[in-house]
Design a protein around this ligand. Structure first.
Ligand SMILES: NCc1[nH]cc(CCC(=O)O)c1CC(=O)O
Length: 313
C-alpha cells in the first residue's frame, strides 16, 4: 500500500503514547503513516464521566474517521461504547497490556497498609464499589483528570492514594510510581482495560487488511470480546458498575491435545453496594456467548439479591 495512512488520536499524553506505539509498528511493517490529533469534548470538560457519558472521548474520533479526515482511529478499548458503529470496522486489537488496576499511594503504602479513613481518589464507580467492599475503612474521593493530574494529588498531599489502570502508567513509562498492583481477586478491571481498539472505515479493505495483519492479536481480541459482551448484556438490564476479566488458559481436549480456553470472571455492584461475583470458562471461538452467559448468571444473582425479603447479612 503506498498511500499515507492518517492515524487519529486524542491529544492526551496517554493517547499520544499509545498511538505512537501503533504508528511505530505500522512503520516497521513498511507503511507510511502520519499522526493527526483530534480534540474531543471529553478532553475539554471536567465534569464526572458518569454525567457526560461514555463515548465523550471516542465519538469525535469516530466521526473524523467516518468522514475521511483520518484513516485509522486508535482508542483505549474500554472507553468505547458497547454499541458497534456500523460505519467502522474493528480492524485490530493489539496484544493487551497488563489489565490490572494499580494503586499509587504516599510513602510507598499498599491498600492494606493505608490507615482507617485514608482518602483514595477514583472517578470510577466500579473501582469505588470494589474499594468499599474490601472493608478497609478507606474513604473514596471522586476524582477526574489525566494521569498526571491524578498522581499529583498524591504527591501534593491532597490524597493518600489514587487507583489507576496499570496499562496507562505502563504506556507513559510511570510504573515505578505504582505502590501496589491490585490482584483481580480484589479488584476486577473494567471490561477491555489495557487493550486498544484500532478502527478503520468499514469499506477500507486495504487499511483493514494491513492493520489486522500487522497489529491484531487473536487471544487479546477474544478475551476482550467476552468481557465486552458481558458488559453489553448487563447494560441492557441495569446500570450498575461492572468489572470483568478474561484470561486465556490452556486446557486438555478429550483427545489429550492442548487447547486454549477463556476463563472469564465478572463482578457487579448491587444498589446497596454489595458485590455479586461469578465466573465461567468457554471456547475461545465462542467468546461473546461466554460473556452473555456470565451476564445472565449475574443478573439472576441480582434478582435473588433484591427479591429476597428475608435477606440478612
Ligand atoms: N477512562 C480513562 C482511561 N482510559 C484508558 C485508560 C488506561 C489505559 C487502558 O485501560 O487501556 C484510562 C485511565 C485509567 O483508567 O486510569
Amino acid at each position: 500500500m503506498n498511500r499515507t495512512l492518517r492515524i487519529g488520536t486524542r491529544g492526551s499524553a496517554l493517547a499520544l503514547a499509545q498511538t505512537g506505539h501503533v504508528a511505530d509498528q505500522l512503520r516497521a511493517a513498511g507503511a507510511n503513516v502520519e499522526i493527526v490529533t483530534i480534540s474531543t469534548p471529553g478532553d475539554r470538560s471536567h465534569a464526572p464521566i458518569a454525567e457526560i457519558g461514555i463515548g465523550v472521548f471516542t465519538s469525535a474520533l469516530r466521526d473524523a474517521l467516518a468522514n475521511g479526515e483520518i484513516d485509522v482511529a486508535v482508542h483505549s478499548y474500554k472507553d468505547l461504547p458497547t454499541a458497534r458503529d456500523p460505519r467502522l470496522s474493528l480492524a485490530a486489537v493489539p496484544p493487551r497490556e497488563d489489565p490490572r488496576d494499580a494503586l499509587v499511594a504516599r510513602d510507598n503504602l499498599t491498600l492494606g497498609e493505608l490507615p482507617q479513613g485514608a482518602r483514595v481518589g477514583t472517578g470510577s464507580p466500579r473501582r469505588a464499589a470494589q474499594l468499599d467492599a474490601l472493608g478497609l475503612g478507606i474513604e473514596v474521593v471522586p476524582l477526574r483528570g489525566n494521569v498526571d493530574t491524578r498522581i499529583r494529588k498524591v504527591t501534593d498531599g491532597e490524597l493518600d492514594g489514587v487507583v489507576l489502570a496499570r496499562a496507562g502508567l505502563a504506556r507513559l513509562g510511570r510504573t515505578a510510581e505504582i505502590t501496589e498492583t491490585l490482584e483481580p481477586i480484589q479488584m476486577l478491571p473494567a471490561p477491555a482495560q489495557g487493550a486498544l481498539a484500532v478502527e478503520c472505515r468499514v469499506d477500507d479493505v486495504d487499511a483493514e487488511h494491513l492493520l489486522q495483519s500487522t497489529l491484531d492479536d487473536s487471544a487479546s481480541r477474544a478475551a476482550v470480546a467476552s468481557e465486552r459482551a458481558l458488559l453489553a448484556a448487563l447494560e441492557a438490564g441495569c446500570s450498575a458498575p461492572v468489572g470483568a476479566l478474561a484470561d486465556v488458559v490452556e486446557d486438555l481436549s478429550d483427545e489429550g491435545t492442548v487447547v486454549l480456553r477463556l476463563s472469564l470472571r465478572g463482578v457487579m455492584a448491587t444498589e446497596d453496594g454489595d458485590l455479586l461475583r461469578a465466573s465461567a470458562t468457554g471456547d475461545l471461538t465462542a467468546a461473546e456467548e461466554l460473556g452473555r452467559a456470565l451476564a445472565a448468571e449475574l443478573l439472576d444473582l441480582s434478582g435473588h439479591a433484591t427479591a429476597s425479603p428475608a435477606r440478612r447479612s
